[in-house]
Write a protein of this length. Structure first.
Ligand code: CA
Ligand code: CA
Length: 169
């Protein structure tokens, strides 16, 4: 089947129209892990210049890319992005240096999609632990005063080096 130049133009226009309405701008927020449910991360309406009064009619909502887990909500009364579930950086990102969650703000009438990149910062919420609960050290009664006795290193799950315990690796 032959494709006319006008059909190609329509297709290009359609793709451009969709790209404008499906990704009008990305937002980035950075906040510490383990914040309480209901904590405010930022104000999406203000940052995207959206009319708060239309958020309800436009069915504003936060979707998670590729996951059913729901960590964030939008408060349609004021446009705040709020935390709706526990965000444990260690559970979400483990040893990764950067922990970014990708979410989407969806609006209808007309359809609009904005990507949200949410950077979860590490906090010092894990105590160092040794592999064994009990460590036995044989010390001679003739040990010199001030002698040192090395023990195995301890580990903690926090990623930020400034939170690591001394001697931990
Ligand atoms: Ca944590
Ligand atoms: Ca942590």
């Amino acid at each position: 089947m032959a494709i006319t130049s006008s059909a190609v133009q329509c297709l290009v226009c359609g793709v451009l129209f969709l790209s404008v309405h499906l990704a009008e701008g990305d937002l980035r927020y950075s906040f510490p892990e383990e914040m309480r449910r209901g904590s405010v991360v930022g104000n999406i309406a203000k940052d995207l210049s959206l009319e708060v009064s239309k958020l309800s009619a436009r069915k504003a909502r936060i979707d998670t890319e590729g996951s059913d887990k729901h960590y964030f909500d939008i408060d349609i009364r004021n446009g705040d992005l709020v935390i709706s579930d526990r965000l444990d950086r260690e559970g979400l990102c483990g040893d990764k240096a950067s922990c970014v969650l990708k979410q989407e703000l969806m609006l209808e009438n007309p359809l609009e999609l904005h990507r949200l990149n949410l950077h979860v910062q590490d906090i010092n919420d894990n105590a160092p632990q040794f592999n064994k609960e009990l460590i036995l050290i044989d010390i001679s009664e003739n040990a010199a005063k001030g002698a040192r006795f090395p023990i195995e290193e301890a580990h903690d799950a926090d990623r930020d080096d400034s939170y690591k315990c001394l001697g931990c690796k």
